[in-house]
Design a protein around this ligand. Structure first.
Ligand code: DC
Length: 221
């Protein structure tokens, strides 16, 4: 067993905010695996490949060089040498990431990269398959979720605060569709690991969730 904390759960459950906070408190490195799938999706979009072209996704992913660096405490994702942090947070890239991440070759490549990162340093890693596939020996596994209504509200707030116009109904439908795809894909679907602790953050603050995880981690020592 290593010191890692694995946090899995559906889109918008607050995984990255919580994982970042917990990593900072423990002095661990935060690894956002969704950002790697997003960088890969961006590469597909740049190459004019659509979500349905699975053979092209398989062959094209081989030439995507995705690397992760930590600069000033932030994870920076490089795609073929270019910092793509500012390009991967759009709904278009998120939807493509959900679709292209069903691909076996994409997953093999990114899981290997994630396991290498965790082998050399203590990490808090978030994603969909961290507790089940990437780090089955993690010291603590959390399955963090919230109702689709609450997740849509959070996303709506985040986007409107950035001045982006959006429709909460469309956001909630996108969340429901993405959950379905992530939970029903053939390879490494999103599911709670047998030994993961289930946390529903619908009625909890960020601080309450982070505190709960810190307590759980302390009790695992
Ligand atoms: O967490 P996120 O929204 O940034 O992730 C984008 C997509 O990437 C998500 O819909 C599913 C996929 N993903 C995955 O399949 N496995 C992971 N470990 C992380 C993300």
């Amino acid at each position: 067993m290593n010191n890692a904390i694995a946090i899995d759960g559906p889109a918008g459950a607050g995984k990255s905010t919580i994982a970042k906070l917990v990593a900072k408190r423990l002095g661990f490195i935060y690894v956002d695996t969704g950002a790697m799938y997003r960088a890969m999706a961006l590469y597909m979009i740049k190459n004019g490949i659509s979500a349905e072209e699975s053979e092209k996704i398989s062959s094209t992913c081989k030439s995507a060089d995705i690397t992760i660096k930590h600069e000033n405490g932030e994870q920076v994702v490089y795609l073929n040498g270019e910092n793509v942090n500012g390009l991967i947070r759009t709904e278009e890239v998120g939807n493509m990431a959900s679709a292209s991440s069903v691909n076996k070759d994409v997953r093999e490549k990114l899981v290997e990269l994630q396991q290498k990162l965790a082998a050399t340093t203590d990490v808090v890693m978030d994603g969909r398959d961290i507790g089940t596939v990437v780090l089955p020996d993690a010291r603590l596994k959390i399955y963090l979720t919230a109702s689709s209504e609450v997740r849509a509200k959070r996303r709506f707030k985040e986007l409107t605060e950035k001045g982006i116009e959006c429709d909460i109904k469309v956001i909630e439908q996108d969340i429901v569709d993405r959950d379905y795809r992530d939970m029903h894909r053939e390879i490494s679907p999103l599911k709670q690991a047998d030994d993961a602790i289930y946390l529903d953050s619908s009625d909890m603050t960020i601080e309450e969730v982070a505190e709960k995880i810190m307590e759980l981690y302390a009790s695992e020592q």
